[in-house]
Design a protein around this ligand. Structure first.
Ligand code: AMP
Length: 429
C-alpha cells in the first residue's frame, strides 16, 4: 500500500484550509466534471492531505449544484484512503447546543435534486450499496478522541437530515424532522456519504452546530448572518480537530514502526509465552527517542511529582521520562532489594504469589505519581504497585506502559485508574 493520503471536504466556514506545510493547488477534472474547487494538497506531520472546498473557495456554489460525484471521484482517484468532511448544521435537539460538535453516525436523505449514485447502469451486475453503517467507525472514533483530547464538547453520535435547500426549513418541517428522529440538519451530508460508500472510501463527517433551525419557539429562527457569526468561532476548533485527527494517523504510522523494533521471542521464559523484548527498541536511538517523545508529549502538562518505575525494564523508561519531565523518580522493586524500611504488596500469579516493595519514604502524601512499566500483561504487578503508591497516600495520575497485551485484560484490572499504552500486541502478531 502506498503512502497514506487523506481527503478533506470543507463545508461552510471551512472554505479554505490553511493548516498545511507547503500547500500546492491543482485544477483536476473527472468523468463527472470538475470538483467544487481545485484540490489543495500538502503535508500535515508527514501525512498527505487533499482538500476540496464543497461550496467553492468563496462559497459561490449553492448546495444543489455541488458536484459531489466529482468531489468523491477526484479524492478517490488521487489515492485518498479516507475522507473527512466538515459541515455547519442546525440542531433539532435542546441538548445539542450552538458551538457543539457532532460526530454523525446516521443520515436521512431528504434531498430531491441531487445526483446520488455512481451506478447509473448495472453493466457489471446489480449494485445496491449497503447503507446500514454509512460513517466509518474508525474515523468517528478518531474524531471523538480528538475532540475529547482538545476538551471540545462533542456529541458522539447523531442522525443528520440533509434537505435540498438552499432555503431553510419551515417550522412544520423542522418539527416533522424531529419526530423522525433526526438530531441535526444540513444541506450537504447525505449525497457525500452515499457516494463515498459506493466508492468504498471510509467516510466521516464532523458537524459544527451553528443554530437551532426554526423549531424552537423561544429562539430566533435561523438566518445566514447568524450562522456565519457562530461559524467563525467554530472554524478554529474545526481546524484543531482536523489537525489532531490527521495527527493520530501519523502517530499510528509511527507506532507501527516502533512495534517493528520490538523483538518477539517465543516460549520465553516458559512454554507458550511470547516474550516482547524491548531491548531491541531501546538500543535504537531513533526508536527510543520517538518512544520517549510520545510519553513526554502526553505527560508534559500533567504536573507530575514523580514517575514510579517497576523493576526492571520499567526503570529504564521511568528514568528517561522523569529526566525529560523534570520530576522525581521512584523505584518499585522485587522483594528484598531495597535497603531501608519498606512496605510490600502481594499479588497472585497463575501458579503462586509474588510481591513488590517500595521504600516507606519514597512518596509524600498527595504527590502526583505516574506509574510506568515496559509491559502490562495480566495487570497484577501494576495493580499491586498502585496499591503501594496509595498506601503512601500518593495519587496515581495514570498507569503507563510501552506495551500492552490486550488479550490478557490487564487494562480491565486497572479500570479504576487512568490508563495509557503505546503499542498493543495481539498473540497472533
Ligand atoms: P503482569 O503482572 O501479568 O501484567 O506482568 C507484567 C510484568 O511482567 C511486566 O513487568 C513485564 O515486564 C513482564 N511481562 C509479562 N509478560 C511479558 C511478556 N509476554 N513479554 C515481556 N514481558 C512480560
Amino acid at each position: 500500500m502506498g503512502k497514506l493520503k487523506i481527503g478533506v471536504i470543507g463545508g461552510s466556514g471551512l472554505e479554505t484550509l490553511d493548516i498545511f506545510e507547503n500547500p500546492t493547488q491543482r485544477e483536476v477534472d473527472t468523468p463527472f466534471g470538475k470538483p467544487s474547487s481545485p484540490i489543495v494538497s500538502g503535508k500535515i506531520n508527514g501525512i498527505e492531505v487533499m482538500f476540496i472546498s464543497r461550496f467553492g473557495f468563496k462559497h459561490e456554489i449553492p448546495p444543489t449544484q455541488v458536484n459531489n460525484k466529482a468531489n468523491i471521484f477526484a479524492l478517490k482517484y488521487e489515492g485518498c484512503r479516507y475522507i473527512i468532511a466538515t459541515t455547519a448544521v442546525g440542531s433539532l435537539r435542546e441538548d445539542i447546543k450552538r458551538g457543539d460538535f457532532v460526530v454523525v453516525d446516521d443520515f436521512i436523505d431528504f434531498t430531491c435534486r441531487r445526483d446520488l449514485t455512481f451506478f447509473e447502469k448495472f453493466e457489471f451486475g446489480a449494485m445496491h450499496t449497503l447503507m446500514v453503517n454509512p460513517f466509518s467507525d474508525e474515523l468517528r472514533k478518531k474524531l471523538i478522541e480528538s475532540c475529547s483530547e482538545l476538551k471540545i464538547p462533542v456529541c458522539k453520535k447523531g442522525t443528520i437530515i440533509t434537505i435540498e435547500g438552499p432555503r431553510f426549513s419551515t417550522r412544520a418541517e423542522s418539527n416533522l424532522f424531529r419526530q423522525w428522529g433526526a438530531d441535526i440538519i444540513n444541506m450537504a451530508t447525505s449525497p457525500e456519504a452515499i457516494l463515498a460508500n459506493e466508492a468504498e472510501i471510509p467516510f466521516a463527517t464532523i458537524a459544527a452546530v451553528t443554530d437551532y433551525d426554526c423549531w424552537k419557539e423561544d429562539e430566533e429562527s435561523v438566518t445566514w448572518e447568524m450562522i456565519k457569526q457562530i461559524m467563525k468561532d467554530n472554524t478554529e476548533k474545526l481546524k484543531q480537530i482536523l489537525l489532531k485527527t490527521i495527527d493520530s494517523f501519523s502517530r499510528e504510522e509511527e507506532i507501527k514502526k516502533l512495534k517493528e523494533k520490538v523483538r518477539s521471542v517465543p516460549n520465553f521464559p516458559m512454554q507458550g509465552i511470547i516474550f516482547r523484548d524491548i531491548t531491541t527498541l531501546l538500543k535504537d536511538k531513533e526508536a527510543l527517542k520517538k518512544l520517549i517523545d510520545i510519553l513526554y508529549d502526553r505527560y508534559k502538562d500533567f504536573q507530575i511529582d514523580a514517575v514510579a518505575g517497576i523493576e526492571s525494564r520499567g526503570f529504564v523508561l521511568a528514568g528517561m521520562l522523569a529526566g525529560r519531565l523534570g520530576t522525581g523518580l521512584v523505584l518499585i522493586r522485587k522483594p528484598g532489594k531495597l535497603p531501608a524500611e519498606t512496605i510490600s504488596e502481594s499479588y497472585n500469579l497463575k501458579y503462586g504469589v509474588d510481591s513488590v516493595e517500595i521504600h516507606k519514604d519514597a512518596i509524600s502524601p498527595n504527590q502526583k505519581i505516574l506509574l510506568v512499566d515496559d509491559l502490562i500483561a495480566t495487570g497484577g504487578t501494576a495493580l499491586a504497585s498502585c496499591s503501594l503508591i496509595e498506601k503512601l497516600q500518593g495519587e496515581v495520575v495514570e498507569c503507563c506502559f510501552a506495551m500492552e497485551l490486550p488479550e490478557l485484560k490487564g487494562r480491565e484490572k486497572l479500570a479504576k485508574y487512568p490508563f495509557f499504552s503505546v503499542m498493543k500486541f495481539n498473540e497472533s502478531e
